[in-house]
Design a protein around this ligand. Structure first.
Ligand code: PHE
Ligand code: NA
Length: 452
């Protein structure tokens, strides 16, 4: 099979690409999930394990995924077909691309629901609803939102429509344009909030909570959560970075881009953690309250503090920007596949995938109200099952097989040409992608199976 000739889209500049990839990486993972799982898993030690996973596993797999995308120059399933054939390897590697397409849509289906909470809270805060709110009122407010499937469906639909509308416009006039508007806003808001956090009086407590490791609080399950989150937060294992990679022209440096993405994503998660825990501790609230941390705990703080109206509105505005710049990247692998493999127009691909994903999202909506007692995987409701299945199973497996493909199956010459590392770095990369990353992922996986 000759290289497919595709009427191919591409990023207009290297900066545009890096910004879009950072936009994908920085999302609810950083602002909502990282703080609450850190709170639930005891702080410092968990953060340390997470950082270890980012450097030893996340970075090399990110480089690998971007490289596969660029070499394949096609949607993830097609790229894997082309590369497997090139390596004279089994056709079944295509499943890695399919895992990405499906996984991205699975995540998107609940991501837009949670982003919808953010959007709803943005308007709540803007209209002054949080002013003088106490803990009980905040709980009531959150319960009122999640128990109303009507409201949840409304916000879920709004976020989904915006997402689909952006991607339907294509790489340059959709993704890039949206990213160029959203990312500066996000950075500025976070900087303002960080400035504020240093004045709360709880900044150092928050710093100690995040950075003083207490290993007695760590379990194998926390380690699996940290690992899964390293994949989730860098948008790995789901074809997102592969499809973004497929739009990179040959002359861009992948390693440079990968370093930017990792640094930006990590710094933003840590800063967001500092901001959030400063506000939480500054108002004598608890860190371990789970997924409600952002939506139940923070509003109390915004209600009590001076300037809470402004900071609350800015905060939830930032959550929405971060979520949208990620949601567009979850649907893109599927769109590129429908476009390039099945001849769909971009419009048709975007709206049909959006509709299907929206419908799947209803399962998440109802898992917060009338189906909350329905268990799918173990004791988990629909939302928790989907989160578990994607973040703790599909993502690590996708990442593991990406590492195995690049480390063992793909031609090393081709790999080195694409990645362009200097000699010692090439060795280090090779050892990490062949041994370190796969063994660590497998280990955490097996440890959990044995334990559970
Ligand atoms: N990285 C995103 C976040 O942190 C989530 C994401 C996962 C995006 C997988 C794309 C693919 O919120
Ligand atoms: Na992230």
């Amino acid at each position: 099979m000759a290289r497919l000739k595709l009427s191919h889209q591409a990023w207009s500049t290297q900066t545009a690409f890096i910004l879009a990839a950072i936009g994908s990486a920085v999302g609810l993972g950083n602002l909502w999930k990282f703080p609450y799982i850190t709170g639930e898993n005891g702080g410092g030690a968990f953060v340390l394990v997470y950082l270890g996973c980012i450097v030893l596993i996340g970075l090399p797999i990110l480089i690998a995924e971007l490289t596969l995308g660029r070499s394949g120059q096609a949607s993830p399933p097609q790229a894997m077909a082309i590369l497997a054939q090139e390596a004279k390897a089994s056709k079944s590697w295509v499943f890695l691309g399919v895992n990405g397409v499906l996984g991205g849509l699975f995540i998107l289906s609940f991501y837009t629901v949670i982003a919808g909470w953010g959007l709803s809270y943005f308007f709540d805060s803007l209209s002054g609803q949080f002013i003088a709110m106490d803990a009980d009122a905040a709980g009531v407010n959150f319960d009122a939102l999640v128990s109303s499937s009507g409201q949840l469906i409304f916000w879920h639909s709004v976020v989904m429509i915006i997402t689909v509308w952006i991607v339907s416009k294509g790489v340059k006039s959709g993704l890039e344009k949206a990213i160029n508007l959203m990312m500066p806003g996000l950075f500025i808001i976070l900087a303002i909030l960080l400035g504020y956090a240093t004045t709360t009086g709880a900044f150092s407590e928050s710093f100690h909570f995040l950075f003083d490791p207490d290993f007695s609080k760590l379990t194998w399950n926390s380690v699996l959560i940290a690992l899964g989150h390293a994949f989730f937060t860098l948008s790995l294992g789901f074809g997102t970075m592969m499809v973004y990679g497929s739009y990179i022209p040959a002359q861009y440096s992948i390693v440079r881009a990968a370093l930017w993405i990792v640094v930006a994503d990590t710094v933003i998660a840590l800063v967001a953690g500092l901001v959030i825990f400063s506000i939480v501790f500054g108002n004598n609230l608890a860190a371990g309250s789970g997924p409600g941390l952002l939506f139940q705990t923070l509003p109390i703080a915004f209600g009590q503090m001076s300037g809470g109206w402004i900071f609350g509105t800015l905060f939830f505005g930032m959550v929405v920007l971060a979520a949208l710049s990620s949601s567009i990247s979850m649907i893109e692998p599927g769109i590129s596949w429908l476009e390039q493999n099945w001849g769909y127009s971009r419009q048709k691909a975007a709206w049909s995938l959006g509709l299907a994903t929206w419908a799947l999202g209803l399962g998440t909506v109802w898992s917060f109200n009338w189906l909350s007692d329905m268990h799918w995987i173990g004791q988990r409701n629909f939302f928790e099952s989907l989160d578990f299945l994607t973040a703790n199973v599909m993502l690590p497996l996708g990442g593991l097989f990406t590492a195995l493909f690049v480390g063992w199956v793909w031609s090393q010459t081709r790999r080195n040409q694409e990645i362009e590392l200097s000699n010692p770095m090439q060795k280090i990369f090779s050892i990490t992608i062949r041994w370190v990353a796969p063994i660590l992922v497998a280990l955490v996986f097996v440890a959990n199976l044995i334990q559970s």
